[in-house]
Design a protein around this ligand. Structure first.
Ligand code: NDP
Length: 279
């Protein structure tokens, strides 16, 4: 039976540590502020934005909301970002993705100053990550490293298999595991015999975007299984990329959905806001 890695508890610990740091900064007269930009009214995006603002309020970070209509032109969005880049009172800029189709997401991400790129998606942040220089780390993979470290799960020397190679999860996850001295394999839709590759893993990270695809046939006995996926099943309940009930009895440790990776993403965003203000 697996040890359940409690992302809710670990993310709360991180938020409480950050709250203390923010209080200390306030005593020195320094306030931290995050600008949150949402384009349109997609309900899922609104929930994510709401949760991020709630976390800011808890920690003591001031959040400034910019709600732009679905029809906003790209130039207007970019000029808002440029204004926020120049604003000394703003430490971080977050543009909630996805953006409407008429807007070039890459151009918007590139417009954010790397010094305020708290999502860690700017090409400069990605480059810094690759070569091990100081920069903002993308929140979901950085959160997974924290889950492992704070659960005393050794990464160095371990076989780590990442399922998925997206720019926001799979690829940065692989680089961060490598940085921690894991032996890393990245898999994707063209990988041959995925089950056999995954079965080698001491640490298996599933970011495949397919509900409950990862059954025990993909998992070595005693492996740590990190489930990044978020889906709603037929009964409107949340589930992940891992078939939790099937894998739980044989895994060594496992993250649940909800309450695993999800809460860590927001905690690490808050961490980026605070660390950005310190540099
Ligand atoms: P993407 O859809 O961008 O990437 C999915 C990856 O999985 C691709 O690299 C794809 O390969 C690979 N893949 C798809 N099907 C297979 C298959 N049958 N076998 C092997 N590989 C396959 O997803 P994201 O990385 O953005 O997100 C992954 C999941 O994580 C989603 O469920 C998303 O909702 C969730 N998520 C959760 C977050 C959180 O905070 N918990 C944050 C971000 C995402 P290829 O490249 O060849 O197409």
């Amino acid at each position: 039976m697996a040890y359940v890695i409690d992302g809710k508890k670990i993310s709360q610990e991180i938020k409480d540590e950050l709250k203390e740091q923010v209080e200390a900064l306030k005593k020195d007269g320094k306030e931290i502020a995050l600008a949150v930009i949402q384009v349109g009214t997609d309900p899922a995006s609104s929930v994510y934005v709401g949760n991020k603002k709630k976390a800011c309020a808890y920690i003591g970070i001031r959040s400034e909301s910019y709600e732009l209509p679905e029809t906003v032109v790209q130039e207007e969005l970019i000029s808002l970002i440029e204004r926020l880049n120049q604003d000394d009172k703003i430490n971080g800029i977050l543009v909630q993705l996805p953006l409407p189709e008429h807007i070039d997401e890459d151009a918007v991400i590139k417009a954010i100053s790397p010094a305020k790129d708290v999502d860690g998606f700017h090409p400069e942040s990605v480059g810094a990550l690759m070569i091990g220089q100081q920069g903002f780390l993308p929140c979901t993979p950085a959160g997974i490293i924290q889950l492992l470290k704070r659960s005393d799960i050794e990464i160095a020397g371990k076989e780590c298999v990442v399922i998925g190679r997206s720019n926001i999860v799979g690829k940065p996850m692989a680089v961060l595991l490598l940085r921690e001295n894991g032996t890393v394999t990245v898999t994707h839709s063209k990988t041959k015999d995925l089950k056999a590759v995954c079965k080698r893993a001491d640490i298996l990270v599933a970011a495949v975007g397919k509900p409950r695809m990862i059954t025990r046939e993909y998992v070595k006995d005693g492996a740590t299984v990190i489930d990044v996926g978020i889906h709603r099943n037929a009964e409107n309940k949340l589930c992940g990329d891992v078939d939790y009930e099937d894998v739980f009895p044989i895994a060594g440790a496992i993250t649940p959905v909800p309450g695993g990776v999800g809460p860590m993403t927001i905690a690490m965003l808050m961490n980026n806001c605070v660390s950005g203000a310190l540099h």
